[in-house]
Design a protein around this ligand. Structure first.
Ligand code: PHE
Length: 480
């Protein structure tokens, strides 16, 4: 009975929403805030932590160029699709899909886009908060060392990166410290998302995004002065195609996906708050350009410091937390810029985290007619508990392998990045390209005929083919 009541309310809502676009209270104040918030979602650990180390592992230039092409041919069209679906449905990804399916008289299977999105959001949230906690821990440690509250370790260059490695291993081995920082992060996220679109999401992005750009600029200047920018530029833009390989090309495509926050409804739900008059193609171009710019600048900062100190670009996930941290300990003003660098990572992670939680939050609020604050706390508690699995994967459960040799964290990371996000993106591209009535796409995108045809080419063929390639490769890798 309860369910029927909720259903009926939603139908009434539906009619009201269609009658007046302003009936849903949650809306960005203007299109600039949407661009800022969506850029906040896109710019995250993916740009500053993941991009440099994956580029480093795949030989630099050729990877960067493949990544840029993927952003252009796959990322931008799918992002336009997500925003247009969101703005047309004006709800959480699940309800948006239900509405559009009804309108398009399509098969109900497409509602999977919404379900997969909400589920993926929960899973990513649970480990993203832990990694964000590492960055917060590092910025606090640097701040402590800078102010003399924490002793500065003596770096003995004869032992290589010994000190940085010891610090890193000590952090991962201490679940209590990890839990503390995870809790701080999840608490800030809960408060932000609980306060709603204007008072929470807008507020955080309005304050933190300008700080992010300032930090990035300060670090760029530092790396030009103290790093080896020439070597970094050559490494990132002079392609050595022999160093890429099929695996690298596919990784570049996957990275384009993750970094633009695509495939799980985060951008869709942000699009649902977008005022009707804003131009989707222009907003998406700005967001993708800013996101790419941040990734490239972050890469230049990281590599110029790495090269100036004779370190290896292909250091893998420890590139920031070990190699770069080692460099900051031996460079002039390294403690200050180390603190600024990890604050940058922290801020970038926070503005992404709130967008990762938003699809689940919007859906629970709609489905149970619940208060935002309560739902935010529930999501926080569930993500916190799930996050313990990631934390223990680095210590207590280090040797517990769930599937093959994967720890709980490895499994979450791979299932979300290599299966769920590409799957979500594939369905989104296919739905908007083949199923959604043309007049909706035309009205929402309001582009000239040529641009519209290009977008159709991308959503119908290019993007699905690209995503299938990513998919096929990860299955092949798993089996071989
Ligand atoms: N784009 C974010 C990053 O680069 C991660 C993210 C993925 C955010 C999916 C939202 C949704 O770190």
């Amino acid at each position: 009975m309860g369910y029927t009541r909720v259903r009926r309310n939603k139908e009434q809502d539906n009619m009201e929403n269609q009658a007046t676009d302003a009936s849903r209270p949650d809306r960005w104040s203007n299109k600039w805030i949407f661009i800022l918030a969506a850029t906040g979602s896109a710019v995250g650990l993916g740009n500053i932590w993941r991009f440099p180390y994956i580029a480093g592992e795949n030989g630099g230039g050729a990877f960067v160029i493949t990544y840029l092409v993927s952003v252009l041919l796959i990322g931008i069209p799918i992002m336009m699709s997500e925003v247009l679906l969101g703005r047309e449905g004006r709800s959480s990804p699940i309800t948006t899909m239900r509405r559009l399916i009804e309108f398009s008289k399509a098969n109900r299977i497409w509602v999977l886009i919404g379900w997969v999105g909400v589920l993926t959001g929960f899973l990513i949230l649970s480990y993203y908060e832990v990694i964000a906690g590492w960055a917060l821990n590092y910025s606090v440690t640097y701040a402590g060392q800078l102010t003399g509250m924490i002793p500065v370790p003596e770096v003995d260059l004869s032992t290589g990166m010994g000190v940085a490695e010891t610090q890193w291993n000590a952090l991962l081995a201490n679940p209590w410290e990890l839990i503390l920082f995870q809790t701080i992060f999840i608490a800030i996220t809960v408060v932000a998302i609980g306060r709603g679109v204007k008072k929470g999401l807008e507020f955080i992005n309005l304050w933190f995004m300008p700080s992010l750009f300032l930090l990035l600029l300060a670090l760029l200047v530092y790396s030009i002065l103290e790093g080896d920018m020439q070597a970094a530029l050559t490494y990132m833009f002079k392609p050595d195609w022999s160093a890429l390989g099929a695996g690298g090309a596919v990784a570049a495509m996957g990275q384009a996906f993750f970094t633009l926050s695509l495939g799980m409804g985060a951008i869709m739900v942000y699009g649902s708050y977008l005022p009707s008059e804003a131009s989707i193609p222009r907003a998406v171009l700005s967001i993708a350009t800013l996101d790419t710019l941040v990734a490239v600048v972050a890469g230049l900062i990281v590599f110029s410091i790495v090269f100036a100190n004779g370190l290896e670009p292909a250091a893998g996930p420890g590139l920031l937390f070990i190699s770069l941290s080692h460099a900051f300990h031996i460079m002039p003003n390294g403690l200050l810029f180390g603190m600024l660098f990890f604050s940058l990572v922290t801020v970038a992670a926070l503005t992404s985290l709130i967008s990762i939680s938003e699809p689940a939050l919007a859906w629970l609020v709609e489905e149970y007619n619940a208060r935002r604050e309560r739902v935010a706390i529930t999501i926080g508690v569930v993500a916190w508990i799930l996050g313990l699995g990631t934390i223990f994967s680095f210590n207590e459960w280090e040797n517990m392998h769930i599937v093959g040799d994967l720890t709980f964290f490895d499994l979450l990371d791979q299932v979300t990045n290599e299966v769920l996000l590409p799957l979500g993106g594939l369905f989104i591209a296919l739905f908007t390209g083949w199923v959604l009535p043309k007049e909706i796409a035309q009205r929402q995108l309001s582009m000239g005929n040529f641009s519209l045809q290009c977008w159709y080419l991308a959503t119908r063929y290019l993007a699905p083919a690209g995503v299938l390639l990513v998919f096929a490769h990860s299955i092949y890798e798993r089996l071989s």
